[in-house]
Design a binder for this molecule. Structure first.
Ligand SMILES: C[S@@+](CC[C@H](N)C(=O)[O-])C[C@H]1O[C@@H](n2cnc3c(N)ncnc32)[C@H](O)[C@@H]1O
Length: 258
């Protein structure tokens, strides 16, 4: 078994394992139920390889589909554990202390972000550390998920809670103000139609060399087409690489032209 790179107390590691397992069980059940819930639009996405329970499912026409929102309301749909480990490792390696998460759900990936940023902040002197703002901006628009996420972070304890600034509501509104000028990393774990608008909103706040991670860019290539086209236009200042995690995990570096 591969050893986890995550440095955290055992109660947090156990909680993370438990939540990842719950998420996988839910997704397996959801895949079984897919035929009952899925509209033509989702079926088309699924024919690209996408699956309900992954963030690949929603298409533009489904964004406002209340049956889809109802279906997803109690679903964790957590980022896969190996991807969470990679994100944690990358944050530790780059020394990132300003991270944005688009799509928080029950707050599982957020725990990894908070732990990694918290470790990086140990390099600051004590006074700077005390003065520092939470290092992770999390975003969630479903009130019941906000409650669950906060419960999970409380179970983790202050080392996680103090690093998270949860913005409740539509992220296209909540990320429009009060975002630091030097964002190190943006994790996009969100419905595909929101991906490009989120990038464009956050782009002026990215520091040169900032990293954007996007889940399921292979299985949801259709949904991400506009985003991937935007990344591949040299004038926009991005360099992109698809990492071979399940469904594809896009790692994009921002290097604006001078
Ligand atoms: C794939 S889940 C995030 C999973 C989470 N990153 C994790 O690993 O635990 C995507 C989340 O985005 C939320 N969401 C969808 N549209 C949103 C919006 N406009 N603003 C904020 N959150 C939104 C959904 O409610 C859902 O919980």
């Amino acid at each position: 078994m591969v050893r986890s790179p995550v440095e955290a107390p055992q109660h947090i590691l156990s909680l993370l394992d438990h939540l990842h397992n719950l998420s996988i069980e839910q997704e397996d059940r959801l895949k079984g139920d897919k035929a009952r819930f899925v509209s033509t639009d989702v079926s088309n996405t699924a024919s690209d390889g996408g699956q309900v329970g992954e963030t690949t499912a929603p298409t533009k026409s489904l964004e406002n589909d209340s049956s889809f929102d109802d279906l997803m309301r109690d679903k964790l749909i957590a980022l896969d554990k190996d991807k969470c480990h990679f994100v944690y490792q990358l944050i530790r390696a780059t020394g990132a202390t300003n991270v944005i998460e688009a799509g928080t759900s029950f707050g599982i990936s957020t725990i990894y972000l908070a732990l990694a940023v918290g470790e990086n902040k140990k390099r600051l002197d004590a006074a700077d550390r005390r003065r520092s703002k939470p290092g992770v901006i999390a975003t969630e628009n479903e009130p019941s998920k906000v409650v669950k996420a906060r419960q999970h972070w409380k179970q983790c304890g202050p080392e996680v809670e103090r690093e998270i600034d949860l913005r409740e509501g539509n992220l296209l509104v909540t990320l429009a103000t009060n975002v630091t000028q030097d964002v190190d990393l943006l994790l996009l774990d969100i419905w595909t139609p929101l991906a490009l608008p989120t990038v464009k909103l956050v782009q002026p706040r990215l520091r040169p060399g900032a990293v954007i991670l996007v889940d399921h860019t292979l299985t949801a290539a259709h949904g991400y087409k506009e985003l991937l086209d935007y990344f591949s236009e040299p004038a926009n200042g991005f360099r992109s690489l698809t990492l071979p995690y399940s469904g594809g995990f896009e790692m994009t570096v921002y290097e604006p032209r001078k």
